[in-house]
Design a binder for this molecule. Structure first.
Ligand SMILES: Cc1cc2nc3c(=O)[nH]c(=O)nc-3n(C[C@H](O)[C@H](O)[C@H](O)COP(=O)(O)OP(=O)(O)OC[C@H]3O[C@@H](n4cnc5c(N)ncnc54)[C@H](O)[C@@H]3O)c2cc1C
Length: 496
């Protein structure tokens, strides 16, 4: 067993001298850190951005580049959709809940158009065209996509509008987002220190005043005159933390750059920070949404359990937390053929049969299980109805022989992953919970009081979310609340 690197904050009185001094020190150069750095710098502060790797990017650079924005952005309008901040807020409260952060969701929705403009002003490209089918990442450059806003029960809660804004890219857009933000950082007065890993905070009484870090084996001390901002990402790569807080996510693939070790969260906890929703996770279930929506998803007893047109991460949560990912996509030949080849991500049926009786026997389901489910589905689909789960009529059609089944635990191979596929037990996950922060990124303690000098944003915080997750809300809350944390940290506290 390797020795633990201590995380408890050190007291400034034990320190002989600082190696570096700045106004605002930001730890972690992903989307949240870059946004915080740009805004702190724009507010006139000296800024140092620490990054453990040899360059910025983090998980943000590997992401799909989908950013949840709405309330009437120019992209929505160009695609013919009207939207309001109120509808966006209602949708997010329902989809990210229960008990999602009302204050953050309200503000995020009201300022979404302005945030879109901030991204565009920094050079982030979005194309005004709609990809109109459930998917993880469209195989085209389309800039707008639905995130299940038009599915049950959400269309009853808020007027639907597509709000998934996708950074223009031929594949995953995260690399373009981070290239653009990094270029803006390079052009700014922000100083970037790479290969530097933050280990623990430095405190002066209650106030966080700096960071102890490691740079190529040397211990270095940073003083932050105004504030430290933690933007270090989540903890999905830390098996011990996962086992402590989110045990249902243990053993699955991880959707990250491999460095989501939770160090930033633990550093802040050791300084008294509160955390929220640590058991919550995004579950990127290994299936092609375009196949599922044209067919159905069933459990090991052949029973449907959700409407297949919701955001696929919500399907993933239901499949993992209720069915241990023992789930199959059932479809027919027509459904499979309708999915464009470049959207299939290497997924081929694992079982094919002329009859449902044969198919359920091949999978190992009880006799009659699929015959009953598909029979009921087809009976109502003839009339364009789904009284069981309310899938939209657009996707309802009786399934006909030959039938096929896909076992999601066998994984898939997104082109962006090169030769490597998913395949780690049926899903890739990341954590959603983290530090409890205000709308200004101020980190709160267990009494709900601000920890002076300490700020955080991105997946190191619980952000907008409680339990639910919708794609785009990580890059969205990371950039939006990263900006706010940067501005707040740049503002000198009275008497400091
Ligand atoms: C394949 C994939 C697809 C995704 N698609 C989407 C999507 O389309 N839309 C969406 O919203 N989300 C998506 N996500 C999730 C999203 O990318 C992340 O949740 C988000 O990028 C987190 O941003 P962040 O700035 O908080 O952290 P990161 O981007 O991970 O940045 C954290 C940085 O901190 C550094 N760091 C960590 N600890 C330390 C330390 N102790 N000292 C110094 N530096 C440190 C890390 O090296 C890293 O560079 C996807 C994720 C993956 C992996």
């Amino acid at each position: 067993m390797t020795a633990r690197v201590p995380v408890t904050p050190i007291d400034v009185s034990t320190l002989e001298q600082y190696d570096h001094e700045t106004d605002v020190l930001i730890i972690g150069y992903g989307c949240a850190g870059a946004s915080a750095a740009l805004e702190a710098c724009a507010a006139g502060a000296d800024v140092v951005l620490l990054e453990r790797q040899s360059g910025g990017g983090g998980s943000s650079a590997l992401s799909g580049g989908e950013i949840y924005l709405g309330g009437g952005t120019p992209i929505q309008e160009a695609c013919g959709f009207t939207d309001t901040p109120e509808d966006m807020e209602k949708f997010l409260l329902a989809a990210l809940g229960p008990d999602a952060d009302r204050a953050k969701i309200g503000l995020y929705s009201r300022e979404s158009v302005a945030h879109y403009q901030w991204l565009v002003d920094h050079g982030v490209p979005f194309k005004p065209s709609l990809w109109d089918s459930p998917t993880w990442v469209p195989p085209t450059e389309d800039g707008l996509m639905w995130m299940g806003e038009n599915s049950y029960p959400f269309y009853e809660i808020a007027e639907p509008a597509p709000r998934g804004h996708r950074v223009t890219s031929s594949g995953f857009g995260g690399k373009v987002l981070m290239a653009v933000l990094s270029e803006a950082v390079e052009k700014s007065a922000v100083t970037v220190h790479t290969d530097t890993s933050a280990l623990r905070l430095i405190k002066d009484g209650d106030r966080v005043v700096g960071v102890v870090a490691r740079h190529f084996g040397e211990t270095v001390h940073y003083r932050a005159r105004r504030g430290v901002v933690i933007t270090t990402g989540g903890f999905a790569d830390n098996k011990e933390m996962l086992a402590q807080h989110a045990p249902q996510l243990v053993g699955l693939g991880v959707n990250s750059d491999g460095g989501d070790d939770g160090r930033g969260i633990v550093m802040a906890q050791a300084a008294g920070a509160a955390v929220r929703h640590m058991s919550a996770g995004q579950v990127g279930i290994s299936l092609v949404p375009g196949m599922m929506v044209r067919g159905m998803i069933v459990d090991s007893m052949g029973r449907r359990f959700i409407n297949e047109d919701v955001y696929p991460g919500l399907v993933g949560q239901a499949a993992l937390f209720q069915h241990r990912l023992r789930v199959w996509v059932i479809l027919d030949e027509q459904a499979y053929e309708e999915v464009p080849v470049d959207e299939r991500w290497g997924v081929q049926p694992h079982f094919v049969a002329e009859t449902l009786e044969e198919l359920e026997a091949e999978i190992g389901m009880p006799e009659g299980a699929l015959q009953t489910t598909v029979g009921e589905y087809n009976r109502f689909a003839e009339r364009g109805e789904d009284p069981y789960f309310h899938k939209s009529a657009r996707w309802l059609r009786p399934l006909r022989s030959p039938f096929a089944a896909i076992d999601v635990r066998r994984g898939m191979a997104p082109p962006e992953y090169g030769d490597g596929g998913t395949g780690s037990g049926g899903a890739e996950v990341f954590t959603i919970g983290g530090l409890h922060t205000t709308v200004d990124g101020v980190v709160l303690d267990l009494d709900g009081e601000s920890i002076p000098g300490l700020f955080a944003a991105g997946r190191a915080t619980s952000g907008l979310h409680s339990w639910g997750y919708i794609s785009g809300t990580s890059l969205g809350d990371g950039t939006f609340f990263g900006r706010r944390a940067g501005s707040a940290a740049a503002t000198p506290a009275p008497g400091v």
